[in-house]
Ligand binder design. Structure first.
Ligand SMILES: NC(=O)c1ccc[n+]([C@@H]2O[C@H](COP(=O)([O-])OP(=O)(O)OC[C@H]3O[C@@H](n4cnc5c(N)ncnc54)[C@H](OP(=O)(O)O)[C@@H]3O)[C@@H](O)[C@H]2O)c1
Length: 255
């Protein structure tokens, strides 16, 4: 798919992978609109990259989603909806098997899963009306194998991964031109993973992989180690589970 000349809406595009994607999409000739909850972060992104259009909008909020749609319509609409925003709410040291984490788990589902479904539905007719259109949903290798320490985040991404496959097939059956991509990043160095000491790739490398996948129309875009992880998970799921949940995770849960 050719991105040049397209208008892309990136949710959560004021920092992390989303901001880097905004920069790289601008550099290859796309028009970019980014959203986020925090106005100061949006202002900083705009100051550093004046060509970016920013709109404050929380994807967990129904009214914000309608407001965002109307603003985007006023700006001439979009060709690509890139669902990047997500939250990870770490459980307290009591873990997940108690009532301290219920609100955190609900918020993860509201942002990471329902927020994406809502935006896709609101923008679907607009996307269908474009000559070439796409939706990119961002899942994770944790949607393929469960994480013990990030159990509810991992589950929210599995919900999104299953929905993404169904949406793609559904649109094919009804003959729609909207292409559905699933982006599966490996561990990437951003604010979300700041506490993690494991091997991470840079946001630059991550987004290069995304753009290459879009160009080749690989509907499931696995970047870096996410490719190897997929092979291991397919043939040796127990080994994949151990890679996600090393012994130190068990120790942390016991403490
Ligand atoms: N980093 C990794 O290793 C990794 C691995 C696999 C998958 N992913 C996925 O890749 C995507 C980007 O991750 P990242 O590492 O760049 O995360 P990040 O650094 O935490 O950035 C997330 C962005 O989303 C925005 N956001 C959060 N909640 C939002 C909401 N309710 N409405 C609108 N915007 C919201 C945040 O801005 P505000 O706070 O201003 O709202 C922020 O700009 C996520 O879907 C994540 O799950 C990341």
């Amino acid at each position: 798919m050719n991105v040049q000349g397209k208008t892309i809406l990136i949710t959560g595009g004021a920092s992390g992978i989303g901001l880097e994607a905004a920069k790289q999409f601008l550099a290859i000739g796309a028009k970019v609109i980014v959203t986020g909850r925090n106005q100061a972060k949006l202002d900083a992104a705009k100051k550093a990259n004046p060509a970016i259009i920013t709109i404050q909008s929380d994807i967990a909020n129904k009214e914000d989603a309608k407001f965002l749609f109307n603003k985007v319509k006023e700006l001439g609409g979009i060709d690509i909806l890139y669902n990047n925003a997500a939250v990870l709410v770490p459980p307290s040291n009591l873990g997940i098997a108690n009532d301290t984490h219920t609100d955190g788990a609900a918020y993860e589902m509201e942002v990471n899963y329902l927020g994406v479904v809502r935006l896709n539905n609101i923008f679907m007719d607009m996307l269908k009306s474009r000559k070439e259109a796409a939706i990119i949903n961002t899942t994770s290798i944790l949607s393929q194998s469960p994480s013990l320490l990030e159990a509810t985040y991992s589950s929210s991404k599995t919900a999104l991964a299953f929905y993404t496959i169904s949406l793609r097939e559904h649109l094919k059956i009804i003959g729609s031109n909207v292409k559905i991509f699933e982006l599966i990043p490996p561990l990437v160095a951003t604010e979300m993973t700041a506490e993690r000491k494991d091997k991470k790739i840079s946001v630059e490398e991550m987004v290069k992989g995304l753009i290459a996948g879009l160009r080749k129309e690989h509907y499931t875009i696995r970047v870096g180690d996410a490719k190897l992880f997929n092979v291991i998970n397919r043939f040796f799921p127990k080994m994949a589970y151990k890679l996600i949940n090393p012994k130190k995770s068990y120790q942390l849960l016991k403490n």
